[in-house]
Design a protein. Structure first.
Lengths: 190, 190
């Protein structure tokens, strides 16, 4: 029996995206966001929603660029910190001890220690309400050798990304392999 | 050392959203999408991107409503099937043996057997490219007693949602608890 729980922003899974930008003065900043995901295949694009009050909001409007960095479980503390502190008052890279790296293609830094980054160019801004959605065209995906498997692609078991659970505020890891997509459903209805 | 892997739609995690709608004639349909996520807190809103070629696209344009149903691992096969077959030529509910349930608030069905559903009213349509993004205001979250924990909220360990990995096309489960959000990062920089 299903219960009505009201109009909540709860769905599974939500990501832990560390969004990196430069401010006016060129100071690199990192902020964690869970409201986002891939939003288009052609052009390849990813969406992330931010409140106007965030420092990152102004940085993206000004630079038209951001990177999405995926922390492994090993960097859960740093990712959590990036979601609490503000770049307005703090140098979050300095405080975390992580290293800002220049991007090849876009005007935004990435986190050197993280193994997976999308370089994004802002192509659309969507006003929704409390959050503004930034849609970035994925210009390049860069991944560390350490997380790339035999197929030449990153492997989720090596990337070990975090899963965020809204409402209760918890981070989870990724579990085991369940099945192949576009495959395990072939027997349904047959 | 990071390698450039090109402009790919790969990020971790992406969800397995089963989007349910009615067609013109009132036939319920279910389709699986991984391009989506929460996009606003106020109003509470969720985004899902679909190609114009899908049957669900036309249904949402016509009915201005959809539901997002979260399959547990037990329904990985059905979710995969919903992502391959088209409602244009098939009655996917009949083929899967799953039961369409009338929603209380929106003009879209949900899947009775799934334990978690968001009822959504279309509030914005964003043209991006191959995919069109539908932004739905979450009107209600309904969850089965079986997945609700002591706090009165659903628990991810009980919902057992799937995680989709693009590019390689794999489903994974959720693993263990890593830490509390807005908490484990408090020691960083101190």
């Amino acid at each position: 029996m299903k219960k009505s729980l009201g109009a909540r922003t709860l769905v599974y899974p939500t990501p832990v995206f560390v969004v990196c930008t430069y401010d006016k003065a060129g100071k690199p900043n990192a902020m964690t966001a869970a409201w986002g995901g891939i939003c288009c295949s052609q052009p390849p694009a990813v969406a992330v929603s931010l409140r106007k009050a965030t420092y990152t909001y102004g940085n993206i409007v000004q630079r038209n660029a951001f990177t999405i960095n995926i922390p492994s479980e090993d960097y859960a503390k740093e990712a959590d910190y990036f979601g609490m502190a503000s770049g307005k008052t703090q140098d979050k890279f300095a405080a975390s001890g992580l290293t800002p790296a220049k991007s090849e293609i876009v005007d935004a830094p990435s986190i050197a220690e993280f193994h997976f980054v999308l370089e994004c160019k802002l192509i659309k801004t969507v006003e929704i309400g409390l959050h503004t959605q930034f849609i970035g065209q994925v210009m390049d995906l860069k991944a560390d050798d350490a997380v790339i498997g035999d197929t030449g692609l990153p492997e989720i078991e090596k990337v070990r990304p975090l899963i965020y659970v809204p409402e209760t505020g918890d981070y989870f890891s990724v579990g085991g392999h369940v099945g192949k997509a576009f495959s395990i459903g072939r027997t349904v209805g047959r």
